[in-house]
Every structure is written in C-alpha cells, then in structure tokens.
Design a protein around this ligand. Structure first.
Ligand code: S3P
Length: 172
C-alpha cells in the first residue's frame, strides 16, 4: 500500500509521514527531497533559476515514475493541484488530507518563510492573506481525498494513530 499525505505547507506532512512510515515499517519519501536530489538544487534555487512551472513538471515526473510500494509519501503542498496529480495519486494509493486552519499555518510558517519560495519575504499580515487565498484555491482539490484528518490539537503520535484508525475503517 502507498499512503500519500497531502495538505498545505506547514500542515506537518513530513513529520507525521516519517513517524507513520516507521510504525508501519514502510519506506518514507518526501517529494521535495526527491526533487532536490534529482535536480541537485534546493527548492528555492529551482524556483529562482527555472521557475514554478519547471518545479511542477518535476513533481509530475516524481509521481509518474513512482511504483506503488509499501511507502508513505509526503507530497509538496501544491503537488495535487497541478497536472491532474490528485487523480494520479488516487490511482496509485490512499490519499490522506491533513486539514489545518489558516491561523495554525500562519503561526507555524511565519518563522520559516525564507525556506519556502512561494511565501518568501512576506510580512505576517501578507502571509495570512496569501495562505487564505491559496487555501481557497486549493481546497476543492484537497477535499477530493477519501480521508481527512484534523491534526490541530493532536500530538504527532495522536495524529499518526488517527490516520491508522481511519485507514483501517476505510477498508484499505
Ligand atoms: C509548495 C509547498 C512546498 C514545496 C514548494 C511549493 C506549495 O512543500 O513543494 O515550496 O506549492 O504549496 P511543503 O508543503 O512540504 O512545504
């Protein structure tokens, strides 16, 4: 089984995904790390040197070449929203949406904007507006996930338990 974790930047996909993989004895792949290794550049450098469209092509390449396996994949926040990749990942495995409020995301992201090209250099107020705008445009894609988990107020361990419970309830 392949488990895809999706959701906005800052929703905890990598941290939660790593623990979930460890508990299931699965491999773990972060799509951003795969892309950085493939391009031998950081995500910020890829955006700056080649632009967002090129980055989205690399995300597509990652998903299309991926062979289904016992793996947890943390997807970059925008990955399902371009090149029909939500459809692709739903064909390849079970998709879990980590749904966090904009307030929580702003608090988590405000000290990390420099590592994230889409929000680099934004003031706290602009960051909130940007997150709300981007969430509104992505939500209809994220909500096509068969499973949604709300990590807010839960520890990483509790979120992982909730994900495992939802997967077994879904009959996968
Ligand atoms: C992006 C999210 C980032 C990374 C890139 C673009 C997005 O991944 O892929 O900066 O479009 O939301 P994380 O969600 O892991 O931060």
């Amino acid at each position: 089984m392949t488990i895809f974790l999706i959701g906005f930047m800052g929703s905890g996909k990598s941290t939660i995904g790593r623990l979930l993989a460890e508990q299931l004895n699965y491999s773990f792949i972060d799509s951003d790390s795969w892309i950085e290794e493939k391009a031998q550049l950081s995500i910020s450098e890829i955006f700056a040197d080649f632009g967002e469209d090129y980055f989205r092509k690399l995300e597509q390449e990652f998903i299309l070449q991926f062979e289904t396996d016992n793996t947890v994949i943390a997807c970059g926040g925008g990955l399902p929203c371009y090149n029909n990749l939500m459809h692709e990942i739903k064909q390849k495995g079970i998709v879990i949406y980590l749904n966090c409020s904009a307030e929580l995301l702003v608090n988590r992201l405000k000290n990390e904007t420099h590592q994230r090209p889409l929000i680099a250099g934004l003031s706290d107020g602009d960051l909130k507006n940007d997150i709300e705008r981007r969430m509104n445009s992505r939500i209809s894609v994220y909500e096509k996930s068969p499973i949604t988990v709300f990590p807010e107020g839960l520890s990483v361990e509790e979120t992982v338990s909730k994900i495992k419970e939802e997967i077994s309830k879904s009959g996968y």
